[in-house]
Design a protein around this ligand. Structure first.
Ligand code: PLP
Length: 391
């Protein structure tokens, strides 16, 4: 079956007592057992019967199984947010004395997780230019525990060559881990690209209408020690397992994911092409444009649809602020891949608490606007952009 069919027809693990067609929300914390031995088996993991909803819940399990069926993963683990999934992943891969090689263009909280939080536990972050294989190779040593990349960096829209990074990681016997939030996992084959784990903020494309927070680890089973740590230590001891209500909403989101993505990516490409021609717009960042420096590598890895996030630069920070203030249809809000189109000035908001030096090191410019393109008609969106630019 193709993904659009699987997204809707993945069978439930057990038949529902009422034959409910949609997965019920099992809003229960504990589960009853017939006798002491059955109970002991469940608690010791000898059966897959749930015992306590911090570690296993049927609605969450079903959400995980649908993603496993869509990606061919050996194991999927769902968490309360993207950051919960990323921290569970990186704490599972690393330990004191180890180092993680990653990009200097990381998502804000991931950057702080690596450079501030994990640093306290003796894990070193080695941030570099992941589009430069020589720079990456030079940083690997015996204490390197993984290479961690983001599929498309935000807001720089940089795309690393995953196959090249996979070769470097695997020649040292370490996993390649990617945050693939920017391109839905239904659009490409992560295993074929050489990824060992994907982490995804399902808050974004999967939830769809911005209904709920969530995150998943998609595990291809190549590093069993790390898999065990994720399932046992991270889920049990950190306690960031997804809630059943979020799993229900995000399962609904999965059913329409590809349809929404194709529409949003097509509108984003249309807008990017129109913005290139628009006076006052200095540059446009979108991997779907032939002029994007990593257009070719993007297409080879993730396909023709290039996502719903685009950036563009105006002449000054003041011009960006007037533009944001002038918007009438597009919302002034953070978040990505909502059904509504959202605009933000990253330098003064998401990256506002950082110093100018930190922003410069991350290539976050004062002149950049980030747009997350929704499901509205692209002509209406473009009209709003033009009237806001005129102001
Ligand atoms: C939003 C985002 C996250 C964090 O996800 P939350 O669900 O907000 O915790 C991590 N990585 C990327 C690339 C994101 O866009």
């Amino acid at each position: 079956m193709k993904n659009t069919t699987k997204a809707i027809h993945t069978p439930y693990q057990r038949r529902d007592a009422y034959d409910a067609l949609q997965m019920p929300v099992y809003h229960t914390l504990a589960y009853e057992f017939d006798d002491a031995d059955v109970m002991a088996d469940a608690f010791c993991g000898r059966t897959d019967a749930p015992d306590y909803s911090r570690v296993l819940n049927p609605t969450v399990t079903h959400f995980e199984q649908r993603i496993a069926s869509l990606t061919g993963a050996k194991e999927v683990s769902a968490f309360t947010s993207g950051m919960a999934a990323i921290s569970a992943m990186l704490f599972s891969a690393a330990s004191a004395g180890k180092n993680i090689i990653s990009s200097r263009h990381l998502f804000g909280n991931t950057y702080l997780l690596l450079t501030r939080t994990m640093a306290r536990y003796g894990v070193e972050a080695r941030l570099t230019d992941l589009t430069d294989p020589k720079a990456v190779k030079a940083l690997v040593d015996d204490n390197t525990c993984c290479i961690f990349l983001e599929s498309v960096t935000n807001p720089q829209t940089e795309v690393a060559d995953v196959r090249v990074l996979a070769d470097i990681a695997h020649s040292h016997g370490i996993p390649l881990i990617a945050d693939t939030t920017m391109i839905p996992f239904t659009q490409f084959d992560g295993r074929a690209l050489g990824l060992d784990f994907q982490v995804v903020s399902t808050t974004k494309y999967v939830s769809g209408g911005a209904t709920s927070l969530g995150g998943v680890i998609i595990d291809y089973g190549n590093f069993p020690e790390i898999s065990t740590f994720i399932k046992k230590d991270s889920v049990f001891n950190f306690g960031g397992y997804m809630t059943p209500h979020a799993a229900y909403m995000q399962t609904l989101g999965l059913e329409t994911l590809d349809v929404r993505y194709e529409r949003q990516a097509a509108s984003a490409l249309k807008l990017a092409r129109m913005l290139v021609q628009t006076p006052g717009v200095v540059t446009v960042g979108y991997p779907g444009l032939e002029s994007h420096p990593q257009h070719k590598v993007f297409k080879e890895q993730y396909g023709d649809a290039a996502g719903a996030m685009l950036t563009f630069d105006l002449e000054s920070e003041d011009a960006c602020k007037s533009f944001i203030n002038g918007l009438k249809l597009i919302h002034r809000a953070t978040n990505l891949f909502d059904n509504r189109t959202l605009a933000i000035h990253p330098a003064s908001t998401i990256f506002g608490p950082l110093t100018q030096e930190q922003r410069d090191a991350m290539d976050v410019k004062d002149t950049t606007i980030r747009l997350s393109v929704g499901l509205e008609d692209p002509e209406d969106l473009f009209a709003d952009i033009i009237q806001a630019l005129e102001q």
